[in-house]
Write a protein that binds this ligand. Sequence first.
Ligand SMILES: Nc1ncnc2c1ncn2[C@@H]1O[C@H](COP(=O)(O)OP(=O)(O)OP(=O)(O)O)[C@@H](O)[C@H]1O
Ligand SMILES: [Mg+2]
Length: 313
Amino acid sequence: MPAISFQSVSKQYSTSRGVLQALDGVSFDIAQGEFFGLLGPNGAGKTTLISILAGLARATQGRVLVDGHDVQTDFAAARRTLGVVPQELVFDPFFNVRETLRIQSGYFGVRNNDAWIDELLEALGLADKAGSGMRQLSGGMKRRVLVAQALVHKPPIIVLDEPTAGVDVELRQTLWQFIARLNREGHTVLLTTHYLEEAEALCSRIAMLKKGRLVALNRTSDLIRMAAGNVLRFKVDGELPPALAAQARITGRIVQLPAPDAVAIEQLLAEVRRAGLTVEDVEVRKADLEDVFLEVMATDLSAAGGHRWQSPV
Ligand SMILES: Nc1ncnc2c1ncn2[C@@H]1O[C@H](COP(=O)(O)OP(=O)(O)OP(=O)(O)O)[C@@H](O)[C@H]1O
Ligand SMILES: [Mg+2]
């Protein structure tokens, strides 16, 4: 039985400007013990999908099963199985960190949880903040508490919606070590992040959403293998010709272009020079998940190439 099964999930929001299709027939399964990544640009529907999974929003169509429990008709069982770290920071400001975690334990009917709470505080670098009021914590500290809160009942399935947004490098590493340990111990992990390096390093499989539709579903390694191969990176002193700019990833003066082989690299550089530009700091690197992500998002969904990135296993 899959840990999570999304079955033709659609969600429409009625807004003042009409109906917004936030999710459109999303179907995929996450196996027990997987470390799974859910990626997509802002507004793609990631949080909406997680909200439906967590029972915080209702699907307009379709259903979601958690360990075989329907999140709507069998809410309590589904909810107990899940630990969800929400994207938004919401807390009761009147409690301190330890109280917040005790209250959350009580909510799940877990008594005498202090040993595990101490372990969570230690693992998340919060040990010296146990007595601090939630109001006094910095944004990154609050996010650590959100993670701890989601884990108080040792849920077999851990869902993280951008847990590292606004979190410093050191904690990100500590957090990932801890989550990776829980995954090794058998917990299933569903992660949403805009840090594609993190997703590449951690997730064995990845799904990508675009405008509410599933546009990629595959092993991380297979996705990267399917991408351009190499990327040519250089600095340039002016504007690229439009034909090149259209294929390029441009960050200030730095230009990155997909280039499968040496011939392509030479042709691209010749084209840049023909445009009268000076090129500096040339390097070639292997394509990574960010390149794949940009390529998938640029793919026309309606075209035959739309299924290229999807493999059911
Ligand atoms: N309560 C709501 N009412 C109306 N529209 C909503 C609501 N919640 C989300 N949406 C819309 O649904 C779409 C998907 O939003 P969602 O928050 O799921 O995206 P996301 O992939 O999580 O984006 P981000 O990366 O910015 O977190 C967006 O167009 C958003 O504006
Ligand atoms: Mg979101």
